[in-house]
Design a protein around this ligand. Structure first.
Ligand SMILES: [Zn+2]
Length: 698
């Protein structure tokens, strides 16, 4: 057998829905498949460049958009596996492939013959009689090439490609180091004294983690293990009465990536910052922040810092009020402590229980994972007419992954209503990186090279929820359920995509627009109507009581000072690190400390992510000088949801139709501010965001 016939990665996938044949995939198949796919893509590009016909939109731009599909297929699968179900063998391939893939990316974007054709078309774009989408994809490709170095001189291009290659190695290493520190840590609770204060749901999740890791207590029963997964560590810090253990767990959590030895991310972050600065300078920008921001809605650093400044001081003032309340409560219990970072959540929960009579442990039984999944699907049905049909016969890459066929019941044209496939991977495990994200195995387009044939997207959502004990449901917090809705909003952006060219598909939008569909979707979870329908007690099936809904919604503004300070401090440090005019940081930890002192960040609040494990910035470049995008998009989502409030119905059909057409389906085919105006009828205002966070007029 030749390689091509024996390697399933290079075969046609005649599986249901063209999903990867997961059971046949082995780590050792990837390198030969990449080799073949890179060669094929290079040949496709050479052929476009060498075409003796003069450049036309179709023989150059549309052909470029169609190229590299085999490489994409292999890369998408590989990246999904290394994120969600990795192994030492896959990690080794990842380290070897990262520089080769970066070198390939550079070679394509510095391909002279190809770029000459794109550049010529771009020059004449006004005369080409293109559709609006064709004009946009041409401009987008031209911009991609220029940004990747197509217009640099030969020596500069060589250096540029070296930088990109080295950055690919470093960012891969960075993410692997964070995962290594997360997997290495476990806080074993051996008796009731160690578990003091922990409600049943935390104990159950901790027992489940212990059982997965084969750790027993003195009597031989499963012990309890707290890991650095968010859904372990945050509840532990919230409920544990053991201040010594809270301190131990908190310190481990915030020092990920900062351990001397082979997983130390300090020198890696430092080198990444220096190389990014050099990259920006080759393009003629003074800093990486300036370079990165040219391709955003914000456009300039001053627009970002202006927005962050609008929340920073009010958030600190709110956090100071919150601290005073925590201290008063501690005093009333005779625990006159200085509030430390590992105390904040613990006392905040006590204050919350007193002020709102809201007990997290009483809320959770109403938020079983399967109920919240139903809620998300139901909202998608009521807004957009989508139906999610489970396909239990299809096995994905892990038994916990659920596969759904997604049908568009609103189509009504008599054709096949299948619009995409959705894979839902909800549980934390040691082979999965932390956080929550959306990704894809295939992007929507109508440019597959076969007339009239559309490509249906395959979209994934990953969460890191702590799995319930065997036979018990997984219970979410309201925050966890919001995360589920958030990622599902991204998924809808991928599934509802309705464009011709893959380059403009789904989430391939400007990065300060990409969090709009996700954050907007979170609003539906907080609708009393949705809660009454879906937040049902897992034992009694009783809907969540009105009084509890009222308390839950009233308490949402609670502790927003703390949350906003943590987020904004991280965004400000990101911007400062990437705005350095020489990119030179002697020590990233010292830089972060000095920057936090300069902006007056309170030490007992902390940051969402410290530089040594800030994967948004250093596991890739997508959010570098871009952590601000969540707040930017929040201006849009808070203002955008008001359209439904003004219509008097959270599922108003006319507003939902505009939302689908201009936001969820348009991908990058419309300029983002224009898309927003088309949906909303006007530009956004910042007040709904400030109100939503309780920073003005509450
Ligand atoms: Zn997101």
């Amino acid at each position: 057998m030749t390689l091509a016939t024996s390697n399933p990665l290079l075969q046609p996938w005649d599986t249901p829905y063209g999903l990867p044949p997961f059971e046949q995939i082995r780590a050792e198949q990837f390198e030969p498949a990449f080799e073949q796919a890179l060669k094929q893509h290079r040949a496709e590009i050479d052929a476009i460049g060498a075409n003796p016909e003069p450049a036309t939109f179709d023989n150059t731009v549309a052909a470029l958009d169609r190229s590299g599909r085999l490489l994409e297929r292999v890369t998408d699968l590989f990246q999904n596996l290394t994120s969600s179900e990795t192994s030492p063998a896959l990690q080794a391939v990842q380290l070897r492939m990262a520089p080769l893939l970066a070198a390939h990316h550079s070679a394509i974007h510095m391909h002279q013959a190809l770029f000459a054709r794109i550049d010529a078309l771009h020059e004449r774009r006004a005369q080409l009689e293109l559709t609006a989408e064709q004009k946009r994809v041409l401009e987008r490709f031209h911009f991609d090439f220029v940004r990747a170095g197509a217009k640099l001189g030969a020596d500069e291009q060589t250096r540029y490609a070296q930088i990109m290659k080295r950055l690919a190695e470093l960012t891969t290493r960075f993410g692997q180091n964070v995962l290594a520190d997360e997997s290495a840590f476990q806080l074993v609770l051996r008796d009731d004294a160690d578990a003091a204060g922990l409600p049943d749901f935390v104990r159950a999740a901790a027992r489940q983690a212990a059982s997965e890791r084969g750790i027993a207590d003195a009597s031989g029963a499963d012990a309890m293990v707290i890991t650095l997964s968010r859904s372990h560590i945050v509840p532990f810090l919230t409920f544990s009465e053991r201040r010594d253990l809270r301190e131990q767990a908190y310190k481990a959590w915030i020092s990920r990536g900062e351990q001397p030895g082979e997983h130390d991310n300090r020198p890696i972050a430092r080198e990444i910052l220096r190389l990014r600065n050099e990259q920006a300078r080759l393009h003629g920008y003074a800093s990486y922040a300036e370079y990165a921001l040219t391709d955003t809605m914000a456009g300039r650093q001053s627009a970002v810092t202006g927005l962050l400044a609008q929340v920073w001081e009010p958030a600190k003032a709110r956090a100071a009020e919150e601290r005073a309340a925590l201290q008063a409560l501690a005093l009333s219990r005779g625990e006159s402590v200085q509030i430390e970072a590992w105390d904040w959540r613990y006392y905040a929960e006590k204050v919350r229980q007193v002020r709102y009579e809201l007990d997290e442990a009483a809320v959770k039984p109403h938020f079983a994972l399967h109920r919240m999944v139903e809620a998300a699907f139901d909202c998608a049905q009521r807004l957009f007419g989508l139906r999610f049909v489970e396909q239990p016969q299809i096995k994905a890459y892990h038994p916990d992954v659920k596969v759904y066929a997604v049908h568009d019941t609103a189509r009504g044209d008599g054709g096949d209503s299948l619009i995409g496939i959705f894979l839902h991977d909800n549980f934390a495990r040691t082979t999965k990186r932390s956080g929550a994200w959306m990704s894809s195995l295939r992007s929507q387009s109508r440019n597959a090279g076969i007339a009239g044939a559309g490509v249906t997207p395959v979209i994934l959502n990953n969460n890191n929820f702590a799995k319930g004990a065997p036979g018990e449901p997984t219970l979410l917090s309201f925050d966890d359920a919001s995360t589920l809705f958030h990622e599902f909003g991204h998924a809808l952006h991928g599934l509802l995509s309705n464009v011709t060219y893959e380059r403009l598909s789904g989430t391939s939008v400007l990065r300060d627009f990409v969090e709009l569909p996700s954050q907007l979707f979170e609003h539906w979870l907080a609708e009393p109507d949705v809660l009454k329908r879906h937040a049902r007690h897992y034992l009694t099936d009783e809907p969540i009581p009105d009084a509890l809904v009222d308390k839950l919604l009233a308490a949402r503004l609670f502790n927003q000072g703390f949350e906003t300070v943590r987020y904004t401090a991280s965004a400000l440090v990101d911007m400062a690190a990437h705005a350095l005019p020489d990119g030179n940081v002697a020590d990233v930890v010292e830089f972060e400390r000095a920057e936090l002192a300069r902006i007056g960040a309170p030490a007992d609040v902390g940051m969402n992510h410290r530089l040594t494990h800030f994967q948004h910035l250093f596991s890739g470049s997508g959010y570098a000088a871009g952590y601000y995008v969540y707040l930017w998009a929040e201006v849009l989502d808070a203002d955008g949801y008001e359209a439904f409030v003004e219509a008097g119905d959270p599922f108003d059909a006319a507003v939902a139709a505009r939302l689908r057409r201009f936001i969820y389906s348009s991908g990058n085919s419309i300029e983002p501010s224009e898309a927003y105006r088309a949906f909303r009828g006007r530009a956004p205002t910042v007040e709904p965001m400030l109100k939503g966070r309780g920073l003005v007029g509450v």
